[in-house]
Each structure stands twice: as C-alpha cells, then as structure tokens.
Design a protein around this ligand. Sequence first.
Ligand SMILES: [Zn+2]
Length: 606
Amino acid sequence: MKNIFLSLVIVISISFSYQPVAQTNSEVDIVYNLDVTNHQDDLFHVTVSVSGLSQENNVYNFASTTPGTYSIMDFGRFVKSFNAFDEEGNELSTERLSTNRWEINHAENLSKLVYDVEDTFDAEYTEHKVFPMAGTGIEEDFIVLNTFGVFGYFEGLQSNPSRVKLDYNPEWTVGTALLPDEEGYYQAESFDHLADSPFLIGELSVASTKVNDMDVVVYVYSADTTIDAAGILVAADEILQAAGEYIGYSPVTHYKFLFCLTDMETFQRNNFNAAGALEHSYSSLYVQPGRGGISQGIRNEMAHEFMHILTPLNLHSNIIQPFNFIVPTASEHIWLYEGVTEWNSDILQLRGGLISIEEYLEIISEKLTFNDRFDEKISLSQISLEAYNLSGLNEFINFYTRGAVTAAMLDIKLLDLSNGTRGLREVFIELLDKYGKDNPFPEDEFFEVVVEMTYPEIEQFINDYIKGTETLPYIEYMEKLGYKYVAEVPSEDTRPTMGFSLGHNESGELMTLIVSDKAKEYGVQEGDVLVKVLGQDINMNTFRTIRQEVLAMNVGDTCQVVFKRNEEEIELTLTLQQRMDKHIFEEMDELTEEQKLLRSVWQKNL
Ligand SMILES: [Zn+2]
C-alpha cells in the first residue's frame, strides 16, 4: 500500500478469539452474482448461488482486514440486508454472530444468499475509516470494486474456487486481473485469489503493451481528460523495464494497472481520509484525485505497487500465510514489506536511468524532512506490531520515510561490508529464491536468517535501527558514497512560508502538520486548526486562492492568522519566513578510492 497522507485517522483496537481453518471442499460450487446496473440506489446487490455445503460451512464471513492494508475495515458493517434461501425458495433463518459473521441454519440446504452492501465511499460511519483504494464506490460514471468489500466466504472454504458474474452498464469497460470464461464468469482459484483481484468498472480508457514477456494493460478512469491510459502506459512501460532489469526476470506473466483518478469534488464529497494505491499479485488499484498530467509521484507509486509483487506477495512471514481475514494479525516485518519496497521502487529508477543521482538524493532529503514530524522513539518493529491499533496506524507513514531510508542505509552497509559485491538488492533476491508465495519465512527467526545470510554486523544494525530507535546513520553512511550532509540551506524557492504544512482532519478542516521552530516561537502548535488567514475564512474551497495571496507576499511581511485549538480561537501575528531545504546531501570535493568504488557499485544493479 502507498498512502498519500492527507489526514490523521483515528482507530481503536479490537481483539478477537476466532481462528480460521482454510480448507477446500471440491463438492461445493460457489457463484457470486453482482448487480450494479442501477448506480442511483448506491448499493451492491449480491446473490451467492451455492450447492454442496455441509453443517461446518454454516458461517458466511466478511473480511475484517485484508492483505496489504494493515488496518481494520470490518466490511460486515456495510451489509444492509442478508437473507438465505433453500432450493425451493424457502427462507432459511440466519443469525448475525458478530460484525462480520452470519450463521445460516440448515446450511446443508442453502441454495442462495441474497444481500445488499453499501459502498464505503459515501457510507455514514466514523470509526475505522476505509482507505478509498481499499474500499468500494458506486458513482455515476465509475465503480470501484474491491471484491473483499462485497463478497465473503463460507467457514472452512477460504481455499475453494469460485466464479463471479457481473451485471453492469453494457457501455462500460471492466478492468481486472481476473480472467473470464466463455460465458463471462470471472474465475477465482480461492477466496484469497478473489480478494487479491479488484475491479474498476466504468467509462475507462484502455491501453496495453508487452514488457519483456509480461502482458501489461492500463485501465484509467479520469475526471481530468488530459490523463488517459495511453499516457500512463508510457510511464508504466519505463518503470516496468527498469523493474525487470532490477529483479532480473519478469515476476508475473500479466499485470493490470487500475487507475481511478477522481475530481476534487468527488474526493471532498466522499470525505476521503487518504488517497493512494493498494498492491495485488497481478494488479494494483489507484484511487486519488487527478492532479493534471502524469507526475513523478504517480511513477513512484506504480513502481512501489509493482515491486510489492516481490514482498509481501511472494516474500512474507508465516504469520500472514494463510491470510487471516477475520482476525487482524500483526507481523513485525512491515519494515520489509513497505520500507524495502519503497526503497526498491526509488533505487530501481536511479539504477535504470529514469532519475538522476541528484533526484535520488532529493528523495532521501524529502523522506528525512517528512519524517521529522514523527515520533522517533517508536521503532519500526513496534509500529509493525501495533499497525492495527491507534499508535501503529498514525505512525504508519514512517515505513515510507524512515523505513525506506533504513533500507537505503542497510544497502550501503552491505555494500561496504562485502567490498562492493553484494548489496540489499542482491540479498533481497536471494531471500526471494529461498522463500516464495507458499513458502513463508519464520516470523520470529527472520532477523537471524538475514544475519546468517550476511554479516554479524547486520545484527547490530537491526537492533539499532529496526528493533531500536537510534538515529539513522545517514551522515556517516552517505559520506562513504562521497556525499556530505548539510542540515539545512535556504531554498531556491524564494516565495515566503508561514512555517507549517497542512493536512485535513476527519471533519475536513485544515490542520497544521509540520511546524517550524520559528512558527512555534510565534505560538503555532502542531494540530492547530486553521480558521482564518489575512482576515478571510479558510477551508478546502478557499485554500488555493488564499495560499496564492500569501505566496505573493514577501519574506518579513506579517500575516494575521486565526487558529482553533481545543475549541478556543487564537489569533496570532506571524512573520513570513524564508523557505529552508533540510537534510541536504552535497557532492564532496575530492573522493577517496574507497568512496569512488562504493559509489560506482551503489548506482548500478550488480
Ligand atoms: Zn506499499
């Protein structure tokens, strides 16, 4: 997953005691029929036709969580009606056991489940907000269908194959990695496979190509007509070429990019708490506002989601295999799943010639700068283990910042220890050979495995920077490559700044995120809600115009600002400041032979 951070999300932790048993029963036939022909009623109408169930399959489960999201979603909350019928059409009684589980009496006679599910995009609820890229949406011209948000599985039959039939506007296009049979039924090998295969349906543009021996199709819904599938395909092609060189082979034979780029109105109307993308084995789904053109940000996201094929989809802990959809189960190794993936997606672009060294160094600087707003005293291991509760989720962005820089440092450490012969890429590929989709690594012994495969010094690195909270050694390690560290320099951007960045909270109010020391001196605190600037009410609608007014002022000018803090309004006079770039890496004047060697191996795939 990759989240474009827009606001803080509040969750509470829930504990469960249920343990799933994944089995298959070849006597059972399961067909999901989904009717989304009428977008106006805003409901997914589901009919599950089934035969051959036995008494032990008498519970129908909706997902509480799903792979790659590390959050509680409880899709049972969105179920609006639930009825069971036998072959003669007689209703069988059902009982709701918990948020996500329905028991069916006389399941051996069950012929049909009929139920309606509300989409998560505009459902009214406050707790455990579902990320849009992990949710479901019914809009006038597109439908986002994360299958796990609508379909469930029968107890004991998580591994059973199933088929899906869609009824939808025939003028629309369907994008999904699932393949239909001759009668138009999409085929899933198991519930895990179904859950791993989202659909994007609507007025889509489509473009395809072949990269090495991989068939690639891009499906795009875009409110902004300057972005279409052909444009995204050009970027995808370059990224996939570079990823292929980096990995050394094509990890899959086919891959689909599903892009849902909404306008800001849709985004605000649905009160989305975040935006971004979610990875799958043969596809990735992007739900975010289209921001005009195909930015480097979109390229980075595509690289990130594609590289997830390697981890966690193929390299993962035995604690998440088989996946437990009912009881959210934390693994300590999100530093690998998200941190190493983020580093992979940046460094493969450097090594593939898609970005320059200067651009790569800027990425590291940006990550360190963004990371300044997080609590340094919580380790990556701890955030992993607490991902499903409050502190874990709030700190989750750490994996894309500190987690990625940790991987970058581990790479330099490994290259240094091996005299430039084996970095993190090489160790990572060896791990992929050693393990695989159905051969997970042992959760508790994985760090020992990595140390054993590499050097005793790596144990200290893990203890300090993954299990521990020592400040990352980027000054020392980047010097090994011939780059010197500068804490901050005046930015080339001469437009003034008020000294804080903004996000929005759950109520859609603008809230300060990172506050500079100078702005703190004027009285600004992190989490203050911005109410007025220059005497004008500021909100999502007026933000752009007011921002332009402030940017047109000069460094040293004063600016009246009103904040809300604990329901109290506070008026402050801020002096506009010079922008500063932080955590800069600059070329050293003269490099030693060791630095030259290390830099030359660092910037290529060995
Ligand atoms: Zn991710």
